[in-house]
Ligand binder design. Structure first.
Ligand code: 13P
Ligand code: SF4
Length: 306
């Protein structure tokens, strides 16, 4: 591992590259990254970097977002197969037809979607700015929220809205078991439950705090509790432990005790693949300029509102 770290440091210099990584990446990737963040912070960072190459350690829609925002850069992803069940749920052709049926609605798309789906949207949001984005529309404006039905219904309830929801979900967050979480809570009565808003309502109803990955990390660092049950991908616990080494973090269990709370897409990236990517400058994110410009509009609108 030491060797791979050293190789990465040399290659980064050689290529004038920056490594951006999401909190769901393996611990070693987090440790070698130049910048860690949630989807919003990573998009903001990608737009501002002066590196020639962005090595994006996350999933495809995140690297694609970096390319949309920064077309002159070479954007690499360690494993091009690193997808996302939410992004896959909104197939652009079907989504386009659905939106056409509600042509009086404005379309808010969660950033976990393809460039094609972004191009069909009026504005993008992430889990850390979703409330602000929804509230940026006049009260009487009819809205569509896609592709995450759980985040959409959480926002509908919290903001007293009636947005039409696309039927998409995250395969990781929808599998948490309310029953097992309740049992854990009984064993750790003073613990706090932290949940990502991609979780179903039953899990969110049990949560003491609901927020983005950055929000969850921040809450755990500021709250005085000693134990936290974490209902999001457990990669996030690496940063939580770094900030609060004396606190106890328990990953929330999935329905049948499987390891389904680990995002299989995020975990496709490895240090070896990062080295290969910087050596060969592949896999590279490429995009048709016409599509990029269409996807940029709602994305830029989000960044301007954030
Ligand atoms: P955050 O923007 O909160 O980091 O979420 C990204 C994600 O993919 C959650 O599953
Ligand atoms: Fe997509 Fe869920 Fe993985 Fe996040 S955790 S990248 S939403 S599949």
């Amino acid at each position: 591992m030491e060797d791979l770290f050293k190789k990465l440091v040399l290659l980064k210099k050689e290529r004038n590259a920056v490594i951006l990584a999401h909190f769901y990446q393996d611990d070693d990737i987090q440790d070698v990254a130049d910048f860690m963040g949630d989807s919003l912070a990573l998009a903001q960072k990608a737009q501002k970097t002066d590196a020639d190459v962005i090595l994006f350690c996350g999933v495809h829609f995140m690297a694609e977002t970096a390319k949309i925002l920064n077309p002159s850069k070479t954007v690499l992803i360690p494993d091009i197969e690193a997808g996302c069940s939410l992004a896959d749920s909104a197939k652009p052709d079907i989504f386009r037809e659905w939106c056409k049926k509600h042509s009086d609605h404005k379309v808010i798309s969660y950033i976990n979607c393809s460039a094609e789906t972004k191009a069909l949207s009026d504005v993008i949001c992430t889990s850390s700015n979703a409330e602000k984005i929804v509230n940026s529309f006049p009260k009487d404006q009819e809205l569509i929220f896609a592709p995450d039905k759980y985040l959409g219904s959480y926002l509908n309830k919290k903001l007293n809205k009636n947005m039409k929801l696309w039927n998409g979900s995250c395969q990781v967050h929808e599998i948490f078991s309310e029953k097992e979480i309740v049992k854990l809570k009984e064993r750790h009565q003073k613990s706090k439950i932290l949940a990502h808003p991609e979780c179903p309502e039953a899990i969110l109803n049990r949560a003491d705090y609901i927020g983005s990955t950055t929000g969850i990390i921040k809450f755990s660092s500021q709250d005085s509790s000693e134990t936290f049950i974490v209902a999001t991908e457990p990669g996030v616990i690496h940063q939580m432990k770094k900030i609060s080494p004396k606190k106890n973090f328990i990953p929330a269990p999935s329905t049948d005790g499987c390891a389904c709370n680990i995002c299989p897409h995020m975990k496709l990236n490895t240090l070896e693949k990062m080295v290969m990517a910087l050596e060969t400058l592949t896999p590279e994110i490429k995009m048709d300029e016409n599509l990029r410009l269409k996807a940029l509009k709602p994305l830029q609108k989000m960044l301007d509102l954030s």
